[in-house]
Design a protein around this ligand. Structure first.
Ligand code: HEC
Ligand code: HEC
Length: 386
């Protein structure tokens, strides 16, 4: 199978990756709104996409990238910390077995043994547990840490819950804060223009078109210099195809597919409170402000945090994807809310992943526009970039 252009992208990431390090059940499936169904489309997996996969076999490519991002994040470095420096220019160099790749393979085996032996196979110990952003994990106690106030990370999956708080009330208040349930329900679709910038454009702004239709269809077309990158969630399946994708047609799976569903739901938030069958509520501090955290779980594991600011508006979404090396987050920050047909919409959306970062800024939004159904069809595989 063709490698597509990810390797080039990966190479750019290799240079840029260092800047991103800072980020640091199907039960009820039938009832959850727009819940994705699997199996309608066979995603490309590692062994038939890459050259030198010895351990992480049979993993869908999107999940594999999260795993690689976990590695870079845990080591506090970029892709070329382990991969040959040549990977910055030559995509085939990702397959070169460097001493650190070999070492990382040993670490995967060690980690799996620990989890299997002592944590009932749960992904409790990960690369990050020990490394925490350092190539050399610290082993001796830290006196300064003991006597200082540790910084609070709002993006934790495990937080004290507030049993008196009601998720329903938070969702209702959210609809109120953005314009009221009636106006939100009256917004049936929108199209938008704007700009996109990310690792894959070397943080240069390029034009973007957005097509969104209630309850949960969402398409983004990024007009890159090397060609269009099309990202679609059609209500059940999700894909990416463009000069920036790992394979000509990247099929979204598990957590990444569900994140696409959630992003579409956020555009038309009426259905958001049905997105998960159960919610837990807590509090956190984000940018010195107290926020309410509403968490959704899957198979008993927390996988989604939604953050509402004091005005009741959703300002952050974090969705974790379970990879073979642990849970890996994607963080989406919403800001610059402006009214469109009486509904406050985020004109700015920043997506931060362990291997990628991008920002979309809208400039022109047309409410209730007619959108051709073809916009939400599975995209054609991208032509390999030159
Ligand atoms: C901590 C070390 C480490 C870091 C950092 C790392 N990788 Fe890897 N990478 C590996 C290991 C180990 C393998 C082989 C996995 C296996 O054998 O199952 C691999 C394999 C790959 C492959 C498959 C190459 C082939 O053709 O066989 C690609 C592509 C890749 N990594 C991309 C990336 C990207 C992109 C990043 C940065 C976001 C990254 N890696 C960061 C350790 C690392
Ligand atoms: C139980 C703790 C622990 C876990 C879990 C762990 N590591 Fe390590 N790792 C270490 C220690 C300790 C070292 C040795 C550091 C040193 O020599 O200074 C190390 C070294 C490494 C090195 C070599 C660094 C160098 O200096 O060249 C790499 C690469 C690495 N780990 C990757 C990983 C990856 C990838 C994972 C997850 C799959 C992982 N580690 C999980 C403890 C851990």
């Amino acid at each position: 199978m063709d490698h597509g252009d990810i390797m080039t992208v990966g190479s750019r990431r290799a240079f840029l990756g260092a800047t991103v390090i800072a980020v640091v059940c199907l039960i009820g499936a039938a009832t959850a709104v727009g819940r994705a169904q699997t199996g309608q489309d066979t995603p490309a997996v590692t062994d038939n996409t890459f050259k030198n996969i010895m351990l992480l076999k049979g993993i869908p490519v999107d999940t594999f990238l999260d795993a690689m991002g976990m590695f870079a994040n845990a080591m506090g470095n970029d892709c070329t910390y382990c991969h040959a420096s040549g990977a910055a220019l030559d995509r085939d160099a990702f397959a070169v077995a460097t001493p650190r790749i070999q070492r990382a393979r040993q670490m995967i085996v060690m980690m799996n043994t620990i989890n299997k032996t002592y944590f009932a196979g749960q992904p409790r110990v990960t690369c990050f547990t020990c490394h925490g952003g350092n190539q050399s994990p610290r082993s001796d106690p830290n006196i300064a840490l003991q006597y200082s106030t540790p910084p609070e990370d709002p993006n934790v999956r495990d937080f004290p819950t507030d049993p008196t708080a009601s998720a329903d009330r938070i969702f209702d208040r959210y609809l109120q804060a953005v314009g009221g349930a009636a106006r939100v329900a009256a917004l049936a679709s929108f199209t938008a223009r704007g700009t996109y910038e990310g690792f894959d454009t070397l943080f240069t702004k390029v034009p973007v078109d957005i097509f969104a239709k209630a309850p949960y269809q969402y398409a983004t077309v990024v007009h890159m210099t090397a060609g269009d990158s099309v990202r679609v969630y059609n209500g059940s399946g999700g894909w990416m195809a463009g000069p920036d994708t790992a394979v000509p047609l990247l099929t979204l799976t598990s957590g990444n597919l569900d994140r696409a569903r959630l992003e579409a739901l956020v555009a038309f938030p009426t259905g958001l409170k049905q997105a998960f069958p159960q919610w837990r509520v807590g509090r956190a501090v984000m940018n010195d402000q107290e926020v309410r955290v509403v968490q959704g779980t899957e198979n008993g594991q927390p996988v989604l945090n939604l953050y509402f600011d004091e005005s009741g508006i959703l300002v952050r979404l974090v969705r974790w994807t379970l990879t073979p090396v642990g849970f890996v987050p994607t963080q989406i920050d919403y800001s610059d809310f402006r009214e469109v047909a009486g509904v406050k919409i985020p004109f700015r959306r920043k997506v931060s992943q362990t291997y990628m970062q991008m920002t979309v800024e809208l400039s022109d939004v047309q409410p209730n526009a007619r959108i051709d159904a073809a916009r939400f069809a599975k995209p054609a595989p991208a032509k390999p970039a030159v």
